[in-house]
Design a protein around this ligand. Sequence first.
Ligand SMILES: C[S@@+](CC[C@H](N)C(=O)[O-])C[C@H]1O[C@@H](n2cnc3c(N)ncnc32)[C@H](O)[C@@H]1O
Length: 334
Amino acid sequence: MLDDAPVALRDSFRRFNDGGGKFRLAVINACNLDCAFCHNEAMANPRRGGVRRDVLGVDDLVAIASAWARLGGAQINLTGGEPLALPELVPLIEAIDKRATRIALNSNVLLAERLLRRPRVAAIDVILASLHTLDDATWRDQLGGGRARDATDAIVALARHGYRVDLNYSLGPANRDHFDDVLDFALAHDLHLKAIALVRSSTAPGFYGGDWVDPAWLAARLDARGAACEGSRDSFGGRRTTYRIGRCKIEVKNIAAGRLHTDFCRGCLHQAQCGEGIYGLRTGVDGLLKPCLLRRDRHRPIEPRGDLERQLLDAVHTMVGDWSSARFVGGAPG
Ligand SMILES: C[S@@+](CC[C@H](N)C(=O)[O-])C[C@H]1O[C@@H](n2cnc3c(N)ncnc32)[C@H](O)[C@@H]1O
């Protein structure tokens, strides 16, 4: 329990939790898509020559998620790979001792049938459905297959089945002109939409497939659509600005307007290229605790049969560090 932890670890955890820091648990590294920009939560994607890699099993993942919930973590993002490709996904979710923690399922929803053929899973608080374009050619060329219509039909069906579905749009050079289509779909179905710019997960030249697209550009599009700006806040993962059009909330995350650098970033050689700042703690089937996508030298094994709460607290504390030296820095990443 959090109250039994040393004060410094407790303070860091509270700061992380209250500041919007995320806990991303990848339940599988395989995916049915192969998005050109995908960080795959710092795991190999078998579609790019990696292998299906399950260092940890379902019981381990349940134990890790439950430990986060026991600490009072606000949210667990179940991600991958494609979580719906994991046959044991529903029993895994139902086994988590989630308490007051919100469970968000990140998914491309092409395998939605696996949720639609059974009663709604009450433990899933929200499905964060990826929707980057409505154009089939872009699906084929950038996302590695699938069709826009299959995703949009699945989103509508999941909402009708009783799930809260929010949309996730990752903005890059290939789909910057498709934002209005995605917004129209959100508005037509009263769905919330979150937009973020592409986050560099490797130092490979040409990672973005063109120039990094500053999401400030979306503000102009939203203005033109009559969106009301409800305010901005600096948070773990970057400056978040919220807009509203009718019943839809649209959140734009912009690291160029401010991303968090902490003690963890001191001496980091990737600072000029960093497209995320301190954002979220990632772990999952690869058995690693990952405070940062780019700093693979700082990934550490997680011991599933050890004191999980302490391991999670230590990892968060490493990311937060001495808060008096934390700062939000601006500027486009390289
Ligand atoms: C890694 S995916 C895994 C879950 C699932 N397969 C999906 O497509 O939602 C989770 C989310 O991260 C986003 N994402 C992946 N790589 C990204 C990157 N380099 N920059 C911004 N968003 C990214 C995806 O678009 C998706 O919305």
